[in-house]
Ligand binder design. Structure first.
Ligand code: MN3
Length: 198
């Protein structure tokens, strides 16, 4: 099975003013497409052909060129679904709210630590809410890495590569992260990832 670029689950201008049409055109059509194309070229004729995206991510850890592209493909498949128009805020499905409180203490603590993880990820990478050993925790990873290679399952992730926010926020990464939590998070996809992690 080769990688395929999934269509965005909403219109390119649907997340404005928090994420612009221009950002999504570059981020989805150029950056995500490049991970798909490069990943497919690197997998051609190898043992990785025929594996699921998750398997390729886990099995290629250490094989950096393929891992970087497979990781980014997996991360972006979910990143598009982790956002929606009129999302975000603290109207969180009950199962997710309970799991966050059990793992992190409170919704406020989750918000604070998630933003902090994104702000302090030096250079390119991701901030995560992930399930590990039956509990939710905050993680951050560099480049295309994700919780799958750290014995955890991603529940919510945010891209902190500059290509995700520089057009709209310039260098203000904290403002981007706050807007993501307040206006963009698709809590229904978070709930789905949580139920699949259990
Ligand atoms: Mn990206």
């Amino acid at each position: 099975m080769s990688f395929e670029l999934p269509p965005l689950p909403y219109a390119y201008d649907a997340l404005q003013p928090y994420m612009s049409k221009e950002t999504l055109e570059f981020h989805h059509d150029k950056h995500h497409q490049a991970y798909v194309t490069t990943g497919n070229n690197l997998m051609k004729g190898t043992e990785y052909e025929g594996k699921s995206v998750e398997e390729v991510v886990k099995d290629s850890y250490g094989n950096q060129p393929l891992f970087n592209n497979a990781g980014q493909h997996y991360n972006h498949i979910h990143f598009w679904k982790w956002m929606k128009p009129n999302g975000g805020g603290t109207k969180i499905p009950g199962t997710v709210e309970k799991a966050i409180i059990d793992g992190l203490g409170s919704i406020d603590k989750f918000r604070e630590d998630f933003v902090q993880a994104g702000v302090t990820q030096f250079g390119s990478g991701w901030a995560w809410l992930a399930a590990k050993n039956g509990k939710l925790e905050i993680m951050k990873t560099p480049n295309g890495e994700n919780p799958l290679v750290h014995g955890a399952k991603p529940i919510l992730g945010v891209d902190v590569w500059e290509h995700s926010y520089y057009i709209d926020y310039r260098n203000r990464r904290p403002d981007y992260l706050k807007a993501f939590l307040d206006h963009l998070v698709n809590w229904e996809h978070v709930e789905k990832m949580l139920s699949e992690a259990r």
